[in-house]
Ligand binder design. Structure first.
Ligand SMILES: [Cu+2]
Length: 486
């Protein structure tokens, strides 16, 4: 297929440097190649800037997925320009890992970066100990490590993702390109795979990922360019009026995705690891780290999926150098009717089997307070219960087999998305309102000056792990704590 450059695409590409693309005039028409992708074995292509590409898919076989992920700086194509990014196996995003409940995921992480790293399988209900989803591991530059991550047989279906979790390096490494999708389901993708939509943002300067200032770290960096599967505002071709299932990951370092779905007849099938009866939605806000399983209907004319401008800060940010916590409106992707595209088959809705904890007896309650404060010469500090992260200190001790209510209080002037590893949380109360229905997730936004109460079943997986703000700069600046389950 071919098409003209829209104004928005032209603006986006302009931010990357038009010269590098060899495009000097508006109205240029290019031809995209390889815009039709089909799940398994499809490599991340380097086709035209506006083409639809997806990461390659690695599927488990007979209950095991055995992969090597090499983390290394490589040249990749972004919007037709060559950019040095950090990659898993040479691509941004890294390969999609397609797993089933009960699978064993074996990952050899080969660290060919110049800094230490490690691997977090965000949202998976798995052990955080030993060589499983352990955020305390340090894989040094030039070293490799063998992870073994066993999914339980009753692991919920959903959209998950992997990224580095080495404290103080997380934001830089994710921003530079280290992320990939993990999908857990029992579906056969060989005929009609869903669309994997990994959304990230990045700022590119002189063919490389830009470094950021201290102020940007404090605010939480927002990349200038929004990417889907590593490409700026791609087009998604599909037959008019066909249904498309999008498995969306918000892999942005700090940006909230305020998705406007009104023109796409969207139905949300799931958030994070929680599937439910599809519900129509005009708007869906995904905080950094959140995922969604959404079915849209292709319109009869090209239609943008837009992320609206979003302000995650409040008054008072001016004291930190005049930076902004507002991300501008951006086109995530453009759905384009194309009679020649193969219509995917949308899987049957899966009604949640997740246990509703609202009537469950609670064994304990605790309150965690997220705050910011001036740290003398060290700049702004990001704290939970007045303390910055210390891997050697246990902040919360919980007992396996118990259910607790945690109230997360945000006394700072910025929103903070709260993420607990391993155990999903059921949102009971947000601000002054009780939540109706079952809302289970693993990242829950706590807007500035408000609180959120969640119920957590610590039903298994003894060991130590962490909870933190998923604005990854804030996590790196200390907004993280240790939970020990025994
Ligand atoms: Cu935060």
């Amino acid at each position: 297929m071919s098409g003209g450059i829209t104004r928005r695409q032209a603006l986006t590409i302009g931010a990357l440097g038009v010269g590098a693309l060899g495009i000097g005039a508006t109205g240029l028409v290019w031809t995209t190649v390889g815009s039709q992708t089909s799940g398994s074995g499809t490599a991340t292509a380097t086709s035209g800037a506006a083409g639809w590409v997806e990461p390659s898919v690695l599927e488990s076989v007979d209950g095991v997925l055995d992969v090597t992920l090499q983390a290394a700086e490589r040249e990749v194509e972004v919007g037709g320009a060559s950019v040095r990014m950090l990659t898993y196996n040479g691509t941004v995003p890294g390969p999609t890992l397609h797993l089933r409940p009960g699978d064993l995921l074996r990952v050899r992480l080969q660290n060919d970066l110049t800094d230490p790293t490690n691997l977090h399988t965000h949202g998976l209900l798995v052990s955080a100990s030993d060589n499983s989803d352990n955020p305390f591991l340090r894989i040094g530059a030039g070293e490799s490590f063998d992870y073994e991550i066993q999914l339980p047989d009753d692991h919920p279906a959903g959209v998950f993702w992997y990224h580095p979790h080495h404290h103080e390096l997380v934001a830089d490494q994710v921003f530079a390109g280290l992320y990939g999708a993990i999908i857990v389901d029992e579906e056969d993708w060989s005929q009609a795979p869903p669309r994997v939509v990994v959304v990230s943002d990045v700022t590119i300067t002189d063919g490389a990922v830009a470094s950021v200032s201290g102020v940007e770290r404090m605010l939480g960096r927002t990349g200038e360019v929004l990417l889907v599967n590593g490409q700026p505002s791609p087009t998604l071709p599909a037959p008019a009026e066909s249904e498309q299932r999008l498995l969306i990951v918000n892999a942005c370092t700090s940006r909230y995705l305020d998705l406007r779905l009104g023109d796409l007849d969207a139905r949300v099938r799931g958030i994070d690891s929680h599937r439910r009866t599809p519900q129509s939605a005009d708007r869906l806000v995904l905080a950094p780290g959140n995922r969604a399983d959404v079915v849209i209907t292709t319109p009869t004319a090209a239609t943008d999926l837009v992320a609206a401008a979003y302000d995650r800060g409040q008054a008072g940010m001016g004291m930190m150098g005049g930076g902004s916590t507002t991300s501008p409106e951006a086109v995530v992707l453009t759905v384009v009717p194309d009679a020649g595209a193969t219509p995917p088959v949308v899987a049957d809705p899966v009604v949640s089997t997740r246990r509703d904890l609202r009537e469950t007896a609670v064994d304990g309650t605790r309150t965690l307070t997220m705050s910011m404060g001036m740290g003398g010469g060290a700049g702004m500090r990001f704290l939970i219960d007045g303390r910055a992260f210390d891997a050697g200190r246990t902040d919360q001790s919980v007992t396996i087999g118990t259910v607790e209510d945690w109230t997360i209080v945000n006394v700072s002037p910025m929103d903070h998305p709260f993420h607990l590893h391993v155990w999903p949380v059921q949102v009971l109360r947000a601000g002054s309102a009780d939540v109706t229905g079952v809302d289970v997730r693993d990242v829950v936004d706590v807007p500035a000056g408000t609180s959120v109460t969640v119920r957590i079943a610590f039903d298994r997986f003894p060991g130590q792990t962490v909870y933190h703000c998923h604005i990854l700069d804030h996590e790196d600046l200390g907004m993280m704590g240790v939970v020990d389950a025994a």
